[in-house]
Design a protein. Structure first.
Lengths: 114, 109
């Protein structure tokens, strides 16, 4: 059973387009995240979503909007894609109530903007 | 100053060697600490949590030094399959996660 899944795995699109990435977790966790891993392999948190509370990393452009229809899903919508958005996007989940915040990651979505 | 700093490596070691990585963090309010492993073109996977008293899991030993604000990972009897990038992670609460840029390990036959 896949714990955290993402679709699509690969996404190639042109500048200016709007695209969405979907994430689902079946671990029963109450917190989900989106991360961006750039070409230098640096993982940076973009958003966290815990029990309907959305925490936005202030450095993330407002072209990026997370949407959580329920506790098991956190999707990422990106408007007006730019070349610099090319990266691998990872979804993750954790159970905040444990106090340890161990995270489980999805397989990643490799986004290429041309 | 970065929240979490790691030596990027690569560390090139022969099979059977012992290798250690360090990671320093800047925020003394940090609460939880982890080592993750990331294989090429794969997602990060939790290797182990790091507890104040230090902890061991098979060939892996993690230690935390709060006074000096660093954590370490020791790998004994390295295997070829240990080749990966090791990420140090520090958290302050559920929405304050900071990843190091990773230390690359190559274990050679």
């Amino acid at each position: 059973d896949t714990a955290v899944s993402q679709t699509p795995k690969y996404l190639v699109t042109q500048m200016g387009n709007d695209k969405s990435i979907k994430c689902e977790q079946n671990l029963g966790h109450d917190t989900m995240y989106w991360y961006k891993q750039d070409s230098k392999k640096f993982l940076k948190i973009m958003f966290s979503y815990n029990n309907k509370e959305l925490i936005i990393n202030e450095t993330v452009p407002n072209r990026f909007s997370p949407k959580s229809p329920d506790k098991a899903h956190l999707n990422l919508h990106i408007n007006s894609l730019e070349l610099g958005d090319s990266a691998v996007y990872f979804c993750a989940s954790s159970q905040a109530g444990t106090g340890t915040y161990e995270q489980y990651f999805g397989p990643g979505t490799r986004l290429t903007v041309t | 100053r970065k929240e979490v700093e790691q030596d990027p490596g690569p560390f090139n070691v022969p099979e059977g060697a012992t290798v250690a990585f360090n990671c320093t963090y800047s925020n003394s309010a940090s609460q939880s600490f982890f080592w993750y492993r990331q294989d090429c073109r794969k997602e990060p996977k939790l290797l182990m949590s790091v507890y104040s008293s230090g902890n061991e899991d098979g060939r892996f030993t993690a230690q935390l030094n709060r006074a000096s604000q660093y954590i370490s990972l020791l790998i004994r009897d390295s295997k070829l399959s240990d080749s990966a990038t090791y990420l140090c992670v520090v958290t302050q609460n559920f929405n304050k996660f900071y990843f190091g840029s990773g230390t690359k390990l190559n274990v050679k036959p």
